[in-house]
Design a protein around this ligand. Sequence first.
Ligand code: SF4
Length: 349
Amino acid sequence: MKISNILINWYRNDHRKLPWRETQDPYHIWLSEIILQQTRVDQGLPYYHKFVEQFPTVRDLAAAEEQEILTLWQGLGYYSRARNLHTAAKMVVEQHLGTFPNTYEELLQLKGVGEYTAAAIASFAYDLPYPVLDGNVYRVISRLFAIADPINKPAGQKVIKQALADIFDDKNSALFNQAIMEFGAMHCTPKKPNCSECPFAANCLSLEYEKVDKLPYKEGKNKVRKVEHSYFFISYDNKTYIEQRTEGIWQNLFQFPLVEHHLNQEELMTELSHIMKPKAKPQISLFYNTTHILSHRKIDANFYTILVDTKPIFLKSNIFEIEMSQLGTEYPISVLTQKFLNKRNNDDK
Ligand code: SF4
């Protein structure tokens, strides 16, 4: 039997029922694909439901305020996806009169839509013959054909693309794409592939050559940079003071005033004096230290609580006052800031 038929048979018997697989609506498929980039299905599913409910059409999403979108996105990480989502929705409304484009080339023009996402929407919504190539597909193909070329280098990607094109079923492109991605996610998994009950056990070359645990191969993985953050949680009468980030992966999210290194006692007082002028001596303590890991960064974060009993004067114009209850509800924050709030809430109980 052909590899594509084996895959499709396996999928028909053994796949998860997910809402974006029950529809051909390109808006819903696009939403799910953007949410699921760098996110597990179980984590992304509630976000998919929230977005579909709050923004039933691409016009609703385009008309929303960015802050509303970022607040809904909170906790998913990689916030550039949310900003791109908003820009792309506006592009669909302004350039395509609110109707999702239906060619691979036009889909590729949308902000945040790369080759993988364009192929996924083209095949799932319109059944166009474009094979998808995500991390799951790289793994399945490199193992099935024992391809040892590095999948994070153009030469290795070319070899995988060709092997995928050779087995792609262009008459059933949506089904084939769903099947190979699901097979990688559920059966040929990174750490414990189920080789003993695999429909490819007789023809999988990495199994035959005992290379399953060595594939896919990646050359020189990215180095994680260590950085230090010191945050000032300034608290006065159930209010706090925040600023909006203007750059980086947390661009447009809100945070407590930040200094991007650790501080000794003397530096702490100096930095604080650049931020605010208290009317009376504040109570300062290091409340929380945590390590937060992102794809390219390891952040060692200190959160200082600064308690004041009269409203301070702020020396930086970008810092403004909010009610504590608005943080994370009206003003979107990173998972790191959320960790601090959770710790604070738990300590209060
Ligand atoms: S035999 Fe193992 S490595 Fe090969 S495709 Fe099946 S699960 Fe993956």
